[in-house]
Design a protein around this ligand. Sequence first.
Ligand SMILES: C[S@@+](CC[C@H](N)C(=O)[O-])C[C@H]1O[C@@H](n2cnc3c(N)ncnc32)[C@H](O)[C@@H]1O
Length: 240
Amino acid sequence: MAETWDTIADWYAERLRTGSAMHEFSRDILLDCLPETLTGQRILDLGCGEGIITRALAARGAWALGIDPFPRMIEQAQAAPKNGPPGAHYAVDDGCTLATVATGSVHWVTAALSLNNVPDLSAALTAVRRVLVPGGGLAFTIAHPCFEAPHATWTDRAQGRPRRVVGDYHAEGFWRSDNPQGVRRAGNQHRMLSTYLNALGGHGFLLEATAEPSPSSRVAAEQPQRAGLPPFFLVRASRS
Ligand SMILES: C[S@@+](CC[C@H](N)C(=O)[O-])C[C@H]1O[C@@H](n2cnc3c(N)ncnc32)[C@H](O)[C@@H]1O
């Protein structure tokens, strides 16, 4: 049976709770591009998974709503921190519609590694624009599509330091990793960098910042082959 985010939700939550250097790096770079204090800010965390970002936003003082279309993910998020920050809330919802979120009701939308999972980017950006207040912000990370393109692999260690082998960059669409321990065994949507950037402009977002941070020292220690390549692409934009 093909895996989905629902069927790997327990595995994903366990992986993050036992300390995933890569996910903590993703969380930290996203949080770093937001204002230091989020008190009084209402934030929607699109594709919250088990809630790593939602909790961090609430810990900085925000009222944060994490949404995810997969009920088991939301159950994991709700079960997570018994003594977690009071501002973290969760609901089952689809990032392509955000049907449970009122128009013009949030100051920020965050989306950590989730826009590369939504099947319809245009629908998601339409929904994000609808729920943001005018001038509100969108901050998101995606797996860097230049290096995490479908079925990217590594050269053989026997040939020295492994190097990334990438093809199929132009092959946009759904693909699934055949790595039984990989997050992307649940599948994900590959899109070119230009597709994301053009879609933002086309939906009335102004690009404020992009970044391709080097892996943290913890990530590089765990996965030395990743040194010198950015695992994530980070974008901050505002709603015009
Ligand atoms: C790599 S996980 C990231 C989860 C979390 N943001 C984090 O940083 O750990 C991708 C998430 O996107 C969610 N997702 C998949 N399709 C989605 C959709 N249509 N709308 C919103 N989220 C979606 C998945 O359920 C999953 O929780």
